[in-house]
Design a protein around this ligand. Structure first.
Ligand SMILES: Cc1cc2nc3c(=O)[nH]c(=O)nc-3n(C[C@H](O)[C@H](O)[C@H](O)COP(=O)(O)OP(=O)(O)OC[C@H]3O[C@@H](n4cnc5c(N)ncnc54)[C@H](O)[C@@H]3O)c2cc1C
Length: 445
């Protein structure tokens, strides 16, 4: 049996930053146990062609100050997402180009869209991000889904389709799966709906030249042998004022444990004595979204010649949105599409050749026939990763947050909780993972 003052479970960004902050504070015997044979969790950066690309989390936004600061601290290079040019909206089989934030739609639909956004803004502003369960309408909003809300409040099919297509990708889920309260909490934690979906001034504004996994790789390098890979944790036993963590490769005794894994995976760990019912129920009632990243590499970014910036939002499947994904310094031209929610499930059931054809055919529809001939085609389906099970986040089923939201961050004895799903700001994002790390270290002695 090895001994440590603090064992952190999970070497994603949250777990690694937690350990890093503890070491900076003077703790020497911190150990991070990671199930995979790599660090970074839901970030994964790889080289394709002449560029570095992200198969997981990719962008950061201007109000994600922790992520910006850590990138600076670790000497990483940031670059802006390409956004000059027109966007495309492809709804109900009709393609239109537009500039600015809102597609050109008929005046009545435009009014309805703006009314919907401001109604939702009034609602999310009333949700306290440190305690969404305390929102005035928490029980009512958590008893319904974003899909049901949209059907009840948005009459124009065009506005509904546009809203659905934009929001599905944020959660990797269909609107009928998303609790309205969780959606409102998510929007408030991001500072609004537009910051969630925009490139300029939004969550998609900035990329990492080295890929986002470099954040974790550099933190892990700083932590050295404190990070142990290939150590899935199966059991956490609290007894006589100490915690024993049973992993596949060994047993670790500690004063405290920080669980920095998403709730859908935390619930697979056996806790003895068993966790309080509120914490257990909260974890039992989570599920993960489904996102497949689909990327095609090209000799040159031909869509830019046509005045397009690569952004597309569509209800046509298999993709929901697409972006220009040219790598740092223009080294490698690429387009990126996201298949999410139910269409992602349908897409995954097709053969590799059919999937490639379906995505390239979409790209050709928007950007021109050159899109049919990429130099390489790459896909990554996070549902196939046993240590993520899906992405981008664990979602809370209807009723879970209103009933047991107070258990989300509350320490349970000597066990503490981190990870982006516990964040109050930019919950669900890289920034949220970092915020959770800052918060959890303040709880530790
Ligand atoms: C396709 C995709 C696109 C995304 N896009 C963006 C984006 O553009 N911008 C953004 O900010 N965010 C994005 N995200 C979300 C972002 O990646 C996550 O919010 C963030 O990486 C979560 O970090 P974390 O440390 O909380 O969790 P994770 O990264 O999930 O880390 C948890 C770690 O725990 C490990 N683990 C799990 N169970 C155990 C166990 N029993 N024992 C030991 N180890 C265990 C896992 O292997 C993992 O390494 C995206 C995610 C995906 C997948």
């Amino acid at each position: 049996m090895s001994s440590a003052s603090i064992v952190v479970i999970g070497a994603g960004l949250a777990g690694l930053r937690t350990a890093d902050l503890l070491v900076q504070r003077g703790a020497r015997d911190v150990v991070v146990l990671e199930a995979r044979d790599r660090v970074g969790g839901r970030t994964l950066s790889r080289t394709f062609g002449r560029g570095t690309f992200d198969l997981g989390g990719q962008w950061i936004g201007p109000t994600q100050h922790r992520a910006h600061a850590l990138a600076r601290e670790l000497g990483l290079t940031l670059f802006p997402t390409h956004h000059e040019g027109e966007k495309i909206v492809d709804l109900g089989g009709r393609i239109a180009r537009y500039g600015g934030s809102i597609p050109r739609i008929d005046p009545l639909s435009l009014i309805e869209l703006q009314l919907t956004l401001s109604r939702l803004q009034r609602k999310h502003r009333r949700v306290p991000t440190d305690a969404p369960q305390d929102a005035e309408d928490a029980a009512r909003d958590d008893a319904t889904t974003l899909g049901a809300y949209t059907r009840a409040h948005v009459r124009s099919p065009k506005v509904r389709a546009l809203f659905e297509a934009s929001m599905r990708v944020v959660f990797g889920a269909d609107l009928d799966e998303i609790s309205l309260l969780h959606f409102l909490f998510y929007a408030e934690a991001a500072g609004g709906l537009m910051p969630l979906i925009e490139v300029k001034n939004g969550a998609q504004e900035t990329r990492f030249a080295e890929g986002t996994q470099a954040l974790s790789l550099r933190l892990a390098a700083r932590l050295g042998s404190r990070v142990r890979l290939g150590q899935p944790v199966r059991r956490v036993v609290t007894e006589a004022g100490r915690v024993t963590v049973h992993a596949d490769g060994g047993t670790f005794e500690a004063d405290r444990v920080v669980v920095a894994v998403p709730p859908v995976l935390a619930r697979t760990i056996v806790f003895e004595p068993s966790l309080p019912p509120a914490r257990r129920h909260l974890m039992e009632r989570t599920f993960v979204g489904r996102t497949i990243k689909c990327m095609a590499l090209y000799d040159r970014p031909f869509w830019r010649d046509r005045g397009l910036n690569g952004e597309v939002v569509t209800d046509q499947g298999p993709l929901a949105v697409a972006f220009d994904n040219v790598s740092y310094g223009g080294a490698q031209a690429a387009l990126l599409g996201f298949s999410v929610g139910r269409p992602a499930g349908e897409h995954a059931r097709k053969s590799a050749a059919e999937r490639r054809h379906a995505v390239l055919e979409r790209f050709a529809r928007w950007y021109g026939p050159e899109a049919l001939s990429p130099t390489e085609y790459v896909e990554h389906d996070w549902s196939e990763e046993p240590w993520s099970r899906g992405c981008p986040i664990s979602l809370f089923g209807t009723g879970a947050l209103a009933e047991n939201g107070a258990a989300l961050r509350a320490p349970t004895g000597l066990v503490h909780w981190a990870g982006t799903e516990t964040a109050r700001q930019w919950h669900g994002f890289l920034e949220g993972a970092l915020e959770s790390a800052e918060r959890v270290v303040t709880e530790l002695p």
